[in-house]
Design a protein around this ligand. Structure first.
Ligand SMILES: Nc1ncnc2c1ncn2[C@@H]1O[C@H](COP(=O)(O)OP(=O)(O)OP(=O)(O)O)[C@@H](O)[C@H]1O
Length: 308
């Protein structure tokens, strides 16, 4: 049987007194993007640094392509590309000088360096800036160069720690597109504290909160899990709550102080269209209807409670 690209088992880490991460397990066997979502201080960077062998875990094991990163770090790290939160760029070098330097550090054979640098520049869309000093590139292009250094040795796993942080909306879209492209050939782990960012980029999601893994599944399962299950309705001529709770799928109708009604319903039921149809038929004079979405904090809280 083929080895998993990465398999982390029972990872615990303590910087000083408190545990920064507790019993994190993670396995990737396929190419694609896995999103590591968590609020600030949740433990994402700690996990990523351990996966990349930059930080030694207090407990647990990390296997990269079956190789224990603590026992055979050089061999394991040949299979990993890493873009830490602060990209390790040399601002005074040109793009091609910097990537050539990275290729040397990655022990690429001398005769193969030029081709490796060209391939990484092409893939990341920076070939036309090969002679430009990195200091003179925009944030988005610097991040592309950071991603280029992470794939220069064609690793099986690329780990990107908050790669879109600090970029403007257009740059974010471009970097997301690039991440998806590089993930067609390898496994990519991508961290963010922004839910929409992970939703837009990832096939699978792992959520960390308070150092613990609180959700591990596909993005589709996550979206189903967090799909809204309440809506707010405002009507000038509302019916009694007993009529509303009689609508198939509605579990509870709650009168609000501002005159609105909060309707709770089972997910996957088409309650809003039923309300609209009934309001027209019965002259309830519907003025406003909107789905209520949980905030990320609420989702974290729900998931954390579920697992503790
Ligand atoms: N070098 C360190 N020494 C002591 N504590 C640390 C160190 N680095 C991180 N921590 C603590 O470990 C916990 C997890 O931090 P970590 O940086 O892994 O979180 P994160 O999810 O990456 O957050 P952010 O998005 O803010 O970087 C936090 O409580 C943090 O304060």
């Amino acid at each position: 049987m083929e080895n998993s690209i990465v398999k982390a088992t029972h990872l615990w880490h303590k910087y000083s007194r408190d545990w920064a991460i507790r019993d994190i397990n993670l396995e990737i066997s396929q190419v694609g993007v896995l999103g590591l979502l968590g609020s600030n201080g949740a433990g994402k960077s700690t996990t990523m640094n351990i996966l990349c062998g930059v930080l030694n875990q207090t407990e647990g094991t990390v296997l990269i392509d079956g190789i224990d990163i603590r026992k055979s770090p050089e061999e394991a790290k040949m299979r990993i590309g890493f873009l830490p939160q602060n990209a390790p760029l040399h601002l005074d070098l040109t793009v091609s000088e910097y990537l050539t330097y990275c290729a040397y550090l990655r022990n690429i054979k001398k005769q193969d360096i030029k081709a490796a640098v060209n391939a990484a520049m092409e893939k990341c869309g920076v070939a036309h800036f090969r002679s430009r000093v990195i200091n003179n590139l925009s944030g988005g292009y610097r991040q592309r160069v950071g991603i280029a250094q992470s794939i220069i040795h064609r690793p099986k796993l690329v780990v990107l720690d908050e790669p879109t942080n600090g970029l403007d909306p257009n740059q974010i879209l471009e970097v997301r597109k690039l991440i998806k492209e590089i993930a067609t050939e390898r496994a990519v782990i991508f961290s963010s504290h922004i839910l929409s960012e992970v939703q837009a980029t990832c096939d699978n999601i792992r959520m960390i909160e308070g150092g613990k893994m609180v959700f591990a599944d596909t993005m589709t399962a996550f979206n189903n899990y967090i799909s809204p299950n309440s809506l707010l309705v405002y009507m000038d001529n509302p019916p009694g709550t007993e009529i509303l709770t009689g609508i198939p799928g509605v579990t509870k109708a709650q009168l609000l102080n501002d005159g609105g009604i909060r309707l709770h319903f089972y997910s996957n039921t088409r309650v809003s269209s039923q309300i609209i149809e009934l309001a027209v038929t019965n002259n309830w004079q519907l003025t406003e209807i909107m789905l209520e979405k949980s905030s990320l904090d609420e989702i974290f809280a729900q998931l954390s409670n579920k697992t503790t």
